[in-house]
Write a protein that binds this ligand. Sequence first.
Ligand SMILES: *[C@@H]1O[C@H](CO)[C@@H](O)[C@H](O)[C@H]1NC(C)=O
Ligand SMILES: *[C@@H]1O[C@H](CO)[C@@H](O)[C@H](O)[C@H]1NC(C)=O
Ligand SMILES: *[C@@H]1O[C@H](CO)[C@@H](O)[C@H](O)[C@H]1NC(C)=O
Ligand SMILES: *[C@@H]1O[C@H](CO)[C@@H](O)[C@H](O)[C@H]1NC(C)=O
Ligand SMILES: *[C@@H]1O[C@H](CO)[C@@H](O)[C@H](O)[C@H]1NC(C)=O
Ligand SMILES: *[C@@H]1O[C@H](CO)[C@@H](O)[C@H](O)[C@H]1NC(C)=O
Ligand SMILES: *[C@@H]1O[C@H](CO)[C@@H](O)[C@H](O)[C@H]1NC(C)=O
Ligand SMILES: *[C@@H]1O[C@H](CO)[C@@H](O)[C@H](O)[C@H]1NC(C)=O
Ligand SMILES: *[C@@H]1O[C@H](CO)[C@@H](O)[C@H](O)[C@H]1NC(C)=O
Ligand SMILES: *[C@@H]1O[C@H](CO)[C@@H](O)[C@H](O)[C@H]1NC(C)=O
Ligand SMILES: *[C@@H]1O[C@H](CO)[C@@H](O)[C@H](O)[C@H]1NC(C)=O
Length: 765
Amino acid sequence: MVHQSFSSRTKSRRLFGLILLVTFAVAHGVVDRKHYIVYMGQHSHPSSESVVSANHEMLTSVLKSYNGAKEATIHHYTKSFRGFSAMLTPDQASKFLENEGVVSVFESRMNQLHTTHSWKFLGIDSIPQYSNLPMDIKSDVIVGVLDTGVWPESESFNDYGLGPVPTKFKGECVPGQNFTRSMCNRKIIGSRYYYEAYEAINGPLESFNLTFFRSARDTRGHGTHTSSTVAGSKVSNISLDGLGTGNATGGVPSARLSIYKVCWFSGCEDADILAAYDDAIHDGVDIISMSLGPLPPQPIYFEDAMSIGTFHAFEKGIVVCASGGNSFFPRTTSNVAPWILSVAASTIDREFPSYILLGNMKQLKGFGVNTMQGQGKQFSLISGGDAAASGILSRNASFCKRNALDSNLIKGKIVVCKRESLIADRNEKAIAIKEGGGAGMILVDPLAKDILSQFAIPSVLIRHAEAQELQSYMSTEKNSTARIIPTLTNLGTKPAPAMANFSSKGPNIITPDIIKPDITAPGVNILAAWSPIATKDTAGKSLNYNIISGTSMSCPHVAAVAAMLRSVHSDWSPAAVKSAIMTTAYTTDNTQNFIKNDDSTDATPFDYGSGHINPAAATDPGLIYDFNTNDIFNLLCNYHASPAQLKNLTKTPFYCQNPPTHPYNFNYPSIGVSNMTGNLSVYRTVTYIGEGPTLYYAKLEPLRGVKASVDPDVLRFTKKGEKMTYRIDFVPYKSTNGSFEFGSLTWMNNVHRVRSPIAVNVESV
Ligand SMILES: *[C@@H]1O[C@H](CO)[C@@H](O)[C@H](O)[C@H]1NC(C)=O
Ligand SMILES: *[C@@H]1O[C@H](CO)[C@@H](O)[C@H](O)[C@H]1NC(C)=O
Ligand SMILES: *[C@@H]1O[C@H](CO)[C@@H](O)[C@H](O)[C@H]1NC(C)=O
Ligand SMILES: *[C@@H]1O[C@H](CO)[C@@H](O)[C@H](O)[C@H]1NC(C)=O
Ligand SMILES: *[C@@H]1O[C@H](CO)[C@@H](O)[C@H](O)[C@H]1NC(C)=O
Ligand SMILES: *[C@@H]1O[C@H](CO)[C@@H](O)[C@H](O)[C@H]1NC(C)=O
Ligand SMILES: *[C@@H]1O[C@H](CO)[C@@H](O)[C@H](O)[C@H]1NC(C)=O
Ligand SMILES: *[C@@H]1O[C@H](CO)[C@@H](O)[C@H](O)[C@H]1NC(C)=O
Ligand SMILES: *[C@@H]1O[C@H](CO)[C@@H](O)[C@H](O)[C@H]1NC(C)=O
Ligand SMILES: *[C@@H]1O[C@H](CO)[C@@H](O)[C@H](O)[C@H]1NC(C)=O
Ligand SMILES: *[C@@H]1O[C@H](CO)[C@@H](O)[C@H](O)[C@H]1NC(C)=O
């Protein structure tokens, strides 16, 4: 096994004359030890080996035993930044904080994939938004994907027409179980996997009794899906059971993939993720796509593996896109560090309705994958609540869980069920009905539109309005009946895009002056490659392509656009790429109205950030809001950053200004003020990236309760690279009573529109 950080560790063992193969210390039974990450910022050591031995020295001095130190260590971070992870008692962990070089010490946490088990979809094809993209670009851009691995045999990873592996790539194809070196090609140019931290916390992978491969091979489907969404090769005539035939292609079919498997089953340990960043940055990837994150609340930057890993990536010029999460509610958006491009999820103009035809010939619109033979027969209806097994309360039976239904009552009928919670397993209900001899299921589900599930028997998800109609029919008709009509593929759905109900929302709880999420992209009913052995969420079917939903799916779309921008503008900084994507986003749907939420209210920047991604416009943004790592240090001076921490983040000493630059003046492509207590001015600097002289005019979209003006309101540029600073003066005249008001500032010349959303909260006037 040639796992990179493992091999550096074995080398150091050899240095100390020790035996190589060591089983990792598993914490089971050791009650008082937890898995901690000790983070030390940039390192100035000559080699990985010397970092490892310095780490061991430091561990030995705290643990008072060399062997104990060695046994406690899980990961060494030696390439792109310095640190380690180890099983420690809280006492030992806090001792490391006293050490000069230590920036932070925090417990390794489990992260979640930003899709959920039952959000499995069926359908088709590429994203219409990409039709304007220069698809034929020849690109050596390398996209690193941190996820559940990859199914290398998928047709989407064929390498026809691709040139040799870019010489700048320093990664490798690490072999493992059912994954040989030859499974990498000119599309999947590297693959690595990390399980040490996962096992240290959860015990051996074998103990889960679930199918897995101790390699980068994906048994979950998720990583295969996200990887092929970013950079899958073109594959024609994809269809599933005849539903929605089309061609599948990733956003940048010529880009290369380097795979980092950090998730096992559905959890991804911080310490493994950091190891992947340590490698990916060193391997030479240009873009990182990461469809996972912590459950809310988001930890502070210094205690969040994703924030640390992505910071070092940013520093090396790597653009990082991350999913914002699927947590539904305000203040839940994750991956909020300003150096990350964080992504919300919205619909595309396609849906897969499955209609219910009632006995009275009334038709109800629902959603679900119904492609089985013999679909569409008429059956009697019964509600789960009326079919309770003996000893079960009617309310409990309405959830249609196993052993709750009387099979004599549901035999040959379509059963109407409810969900007991947001995370309830949908297919489990269908299986319970099937086992009781039922013919089908109608499930009342607020997420019906956003999730197109696959079930063991014909099943349809309906929303509240349809549920009410159904109920009134069932209560008036003695023998109520229904047919579940086979699923259709509807194109040109309006309005679209619309925000997905589940998409996590702002404000940002760590840096409230930075609006998060940053952008929205297609994340509902997305078709991409799948792992054929991931059948748990496909009702047992082996699929090579599958449709699923989540910010997990929108994130790789944005990563693809970033990869495209990198192919066209190789000199752009990560902040410039981010600015181009954000300032060119649009906020109206295909009915020319503002993009809506699921409940038909207008979406705000806390739903979609700057708006919906607009790939073609992003290639030519006109002006750029740039920022670098020094600007980030200045920002961190406002948020829990001690001078000691900052000192070790970078090799050169960094001193916070006193007072530090206020976060609302961080040169971000959107404008947020979270606590306005009177007149206030905000500054931004734009860089002109066009050719020749031009004038840009400011246009402000007014905010309720706050007067705003821009000075100067005309920017005159003469040549490329020129920077201009402008000021926005806010004069609040009414408290917004704790909630944000939204507006926007757009700089326009005769070609470009450079738009920044504005969000302000007026605490007092
Ligand atoms: C942290 O900073 C101190 C002082 O600048 C330096 O001596 C030490 O080596 C640094 N630690 C690391 C891990 O680079
Ligand atoms: C994995 O490898 C084993 C042994 O080579 C083989 O029997 C098995 O079929 C492989 N599984 C898959 C899914 O390729
Ligand atoms: C795994 O399977 C074994 C044997 O079938 C069983 O003894 C064990 O309890 C199972 N473990 C879990 C966690 O289900
Ligand atoms: C799919 O690809 C095939 C072959 O490349 C092409 O002929 C066809 O027009 C494409 N279909 C669509 C819907 O783009
Ligand atoms: C597309 O695939 C379907 C089923 O896999 C097949 O019946 C059909 O002939 C194919 N169409 C083309 C144009 O290859
Ligand atoms: C109710 O309707 C179904 C479907 O048409 C039929 O099979 C069944 O016999 C009817 N039951 C009664 C009691 O009329
Ligand atoms: C009904 O469900 C509740 C909560 O899940 C459970 O506590 C209770 O025991 C159930 N009661 C019956 C009679 O099924
Ligand atoms: C959005 O989801 C929430 C939580 O499930 C639900 O309460 C709400 O009704 C949904 N919104 C719509 C419009 O369905
Ligand atoms: C807002 O700013 C005022 C004055 O600077 C301060 O007293 C107050 O605590 C702040 N409120 C919040 C919620 O940060
Ligand atoms: C705020 O600005 C307005 C407009 O410039 C000015 O009239 C007002 O006096 C200012 N208020 C304070 C408290 O400075
Ligand atoms: C301000 O917000 C509080 C709590 O949300 C609410 O009770 C109150 O009515 C609001 N006041 C105004 C003037 O809107």
